[in-house]
Structures are given as structure tokens and as C-alpha cells.
Design a protein around this ligand. Structure first.
Ligand code: SF4
Length: 244
């Protein structure tokens, strides 16, 4: 029996419960399916209530940008405490530039590469003050000109900081999109462009949050929990050789 008939320890609804919530058809691989997957995951994870980014940083592009930089190769709990300590000292590029680099390092320790990240924060703040009138740019191309800012961070600044369309692709989004057969890509950059083509723009903002939540709790990297997955019916399970 593939699907459990009761709610899992993770609070994941069984397929029977999901089926009563949403009409499903049996087609696969269409744009409509992407829409349905998003609907199901929205219901499941109540996205927006389980925020990936602390509420204080939402709607503030500068805090979003700095939080993203801190989060690279660092666990969420460590990142959020480090961000809290740093933002208690400075919340704008100008205020950040008044801090000594040692103060920034102490505030963000023990995030990964804290020494390098402190330097990067100072460089980015200088660029923002000198070239962008102290404002974080709201264009992808401009964001990518900032030192060390890649497409994922730039898209998160656009979506979380500016509430503008963007698709931030991290390891979860890349893995799940390919497993499901929504895209067939080799790396996160390709995935971002492919998703932009197949996912309706109205769903771009929520996609990252949904797939990250799904990737952490159900569609895990090594052995996904397909037996309790609410979107099993829409998944081609490409490359999945072992599952629970
Ligand atoms: S069915 Fe399995 S592989 Fe597909 S999304 Fe669900 S957990 Fe991931």
C-alpha cells in the first residue's frame, strides 16, 4: 500500500485527505500539473505562515540581502541569530560602514566563512552607498553586479525584499523540479530559466518556499518519503532509485 490513510508524524496529509480537498486529474507533465502541485503544496505547508526568512527581513531588501549572504553554507538557526546580532548594530549600508570589521565578524560568528563574509558585507555596503544612493537595486542585472551575489541571492532579494517576480533556485528547488519532471536540467541556473518558462508568473514568489519546505520534510535528497508525498500523483520520480 503506497499511501498511508492517516496523517504522518510530519503532519503531512494522506492522499485520501488531499483528494477530498482538491480535484485531481490523471494527466501528467502539463503546465496545469505545475499549477496543481503548487496548490497542493500551498495547502499542505500553509506557506507564508512558516516563513523561511525572519519576518523582520521581509520587505526590507537590504536586510534580506545581508541575511542571504550570511546564510550561504550555514544552518538556519545560526544564520538567524547572527543576523539578529548584526542588525542590532546596523540596519542600513551607512550604519554598517561605521562598524569596524572586527565588530561585524564578532556579530556574525560562527556563520560559515565569517571572516570572508564580513569583508564582503563591507564591500557591498560601500558599493551601495557610492553607486546606488544607498539603495539595494531592484533589477536582477544590477544585483548580480554586487560582489559575491549570485542568481539565487538576487532572486531572493527581488522576491522577499521587493515582492517582485523571481525564482530563487537552491538545491531543493533544483532537485524536486527535476525529480518531478517539471524540468530536465543540469544545474540550478538552467533550472531557473526552465522554471520561468513553465511556471505561471503568479506562482513564482511562492515556489521557492514551497519546494524548500517539501524538500526538507518529504522529498529529501537521498531517500525521499514518496509513500507520504501529497504530490505523488504528479511526480515522474525521475532518478529516484530508493524511497521510503
Ligand atoms: S513522489 Fe517522491 S520524488 Fe516525487 S516529489 Fe514526492 S517525495 Fe519527491
Amino acid at each position: 500500500m503506497l499511501y498511508s490513510s492517516h496523517t504522518s508524524p510530519y503532519g503531512i496529509k494522506s492522499m485520501r485527505e488531499i483528494n477530498t480537498d482538491i480535484d485531481m486529474d490523471t494527466d501528467t507533465g502539463t503546465d496545469t500539473d505545475v499549477e496543481k502541485v503548487i496548490q497542493i503544496l500551498k495547502k499542505r505547508y500553509r506557506a507564508g505562515s512558516s516563513l523561511l526568512m525572519a519576518p523582520a527581513t521581509r520587505g526590507d531588501p537590504f536586510l534580506t540581502l545581508i541575511s542571504c549572504l550570511l546564510s550561504l553554507r550555514t544552518r538556519d538557526e545560526v544564520t538567524s541569530k547572527a543576523a539578529e546580532r548584526l542588525f542590532s548594530l546596523a540596519k542600513t549600508p551607512e550604519a554598517m560602514l561605521k562598524l569596524r570589521i572586527d565588530d561585524i565578524e564578532s556579530a556574525i560568528y560562527p556563520v560559515g566563512f565569517y571572516h570572508r563574509k564580513a569583508k564582503q558585507i563591507v564591500e557591498i555596503c560601500s558599493t551601495l552607498v557610492e553607486r546606488y544612493n544607498s539603495k539595494v537595486p531592484d533589477e536582477l542585472a544590477e544585483l548580480l553586479k554586487l560582489r559575491g551575489v549570485g542568481r539565487k541571492t538576487a532572486n531572493i532579494v527581488l522576491t522577499i525584499g521587493y515582492n517582485k517576480p523571481g525564482i530563487a533556485v537552491d538545491t531543493h528547488v533544483h532537485r524536486i523540479s527535476n525529480r518531478m519532471g517539471i524540468v530536465a536540467t543540469k544545474n540550478p541556473n538552467e533550472t531557473e530559466f526552465a522554471l520561468r518558462r513553465v511556471v505561471p508568473e503568479r506562482n513564482w514568489l511562492i515556489l521557492n518556499e514551497l519546494f524548500v519546505l517539501h524538500g526538507r520534510s518529504v522529498c529529501t535528497p537521498l531517500s525521499p518519503r514518496c509513500s507520504i508525498c501529497p504530490v505523488y500523483q504528479y511526480c515522474k520520480r525521475i532518478g529516484v532509485t530508493r524511497s521510503r
